[in-house]
Design a protein around this ligand. Structure first.
Ligand code: COI
Length: 365
């Protein structure tokens, strides 16, 4: 896949951007995924012309034919990233090459075209050049960037779309969970699976999230903020949460995260595990049974557990609730290593410490 930049860009400014006071009010309490910036980026793809018509345009509704393929067959992928404002006002993002590569892998799985890495990163820069004022500066806030791509052809036959749209939108973000970084409760889904062997579990595609929603609703009914899925064949091995990966910490300091070809290869997870390895922790990516988790917490062998993802960053897990057992307790405190890794990661992202791995890319210059 060619990774050089191929596109010419046009910019059309929003004639009615939000006023400074409207924007400041939003940035003061952004929540997650509720507000959007003044512009968006679009790039078109067609089978005959490849990628073309790269543009920055006013944020606004898309007009789609009711027969648009994505509305029927869910041929869609997306990414999640953040733009961070540093103390000197510069704006950076974190490992965009990893997101570009994952989006290419997702594209291959969903029979969508691969966007070259350089065009992907340029699309982020272009959004920031139009909407830099939307990157908040309060601690632990950011501009969440949501690149996505979908089948736009108006055609009801089931085959890969020959007309595809790529967009990037930006949404000022605080904590993903209403409770902030307070430890969350997780519901064990035994009735539903998220993804199956040979399916789309490793791709970042809307269908995986759609299939998590009924189980997520069950989690809410049981007083939990997230749901965890087990493998679909045996219902035995941990996979991932509805919208993030999971990591367990053992009393001897080693760290384990589920390995499977049906879970998302999280960029945050990979980074946290690298930071843990840098600190001398042994890291294992392997199958973990639900029994290992339950027995490990009961025996004191597993001492911390956390969720991680771009949106969630690192969020401690207080307890796992299932229909017939509970692991941990709702008032469990956040683990010390969990919080240290969280701080180390965010210190890098916000430019408060040295970026030893070269993970940051500047977006505003
Ligand atoms: C992310 O962490 O960026 C995600 O995509 C999770 C999500 C909010 C679906």
């Amino acid at each position: 896949m060619a990774n050089s930049q191929t596109l010419n860009w046009t910019v059309s400014a929003n004639p009615a951007p939000k006023s400074k006071s409207e924007r400041d009010a939003i940035l003061a309490t952004p929540g997650f995924g509720v507000y959007f910036t003044d512009h968006m980026v679009g790039i078109d793809w067609s089978k005959s012309d490849g990628w073309h018509n790269a543009r920055v345009e006013p944020y606004g509704p898309l007009s789609l034919d009711p027969a648009t393929a994505v509305l029927h067959y869910a041929q869609e992928i997306f990414e999640g990233m953040k733009a961070y404002r540093h103390a000197d006002n510069s704006i950076w993002t974190f490992r965009p090459q990893a997101n570009a590569a994952r989006m290419q892998r997702s594209a291959v799985r969903l029979a969508l075209p691969e966007l070259p890495e350089a065009d992907f990163i340029e699309s982020l820069r272009r959004l920031i050049s139009a909407d830099a004022d939307w990157v908040p500066s309060a601690p632990e806030t950011s501009l969440y960037l949501r690149p996505f791509m979908f089948a736009r052809e108006s055609f009801l036959g089931v085959r890969a779309s020959e007309d595809v749209a790529y967009y990037v939108i930006g949404s000022p973000a605080g904590a993903y969970f209403k409770s902030g970084v307070a430890p969350v409760s997780i519901w064990l889904s035994t009735k539903y699976a998220r993804a199956g062997k040979g399916g789309t579990g490793a791709a970042k595609t809307g269908g995986n999230y759609a299939s998590s929603l009924v189980a997520q609703a069950e989690a809410y009914e049981n007083g939990c903020q997230q749901v965890v899925f087990l493998d679909s064949s045996e219902g035995k091995y941990l996979e991932e949460l509805g919208g993030m990966n999971i990591v367990l910490v053992y009393s001897d300091g080693h760290i384990v995260t589920p390995d499977s070809d049906s879970i998302l290869q999280g960029v945050t997870r990979d980074s946290i595990l690298q930071l843990a390895e840098d600190r001398g922790h042994k890291v294992e990516r392997r199958h973990i049974t639900i029994d290992e988790w339950r027995d490990g917490v009961a025996s004191g062998d597993i001492v911390e557990m956390f969720a991680c993802g771009t949106a969630a960053v690192v969020t401690p897990i207080a307890q796992l609730k299932a229909a017939d057992f509970t692991i941990g307790s709702a008032d469990a405190k956040a683990g010390a290593l969990t919080m240290e890794l969280r701080e180390q990661l965010t210190d890098i992202q916000y430019g408060r410490t040295e970026d030893k791995h070269g993970w940051l890319t500047r977006l505003d210059a």
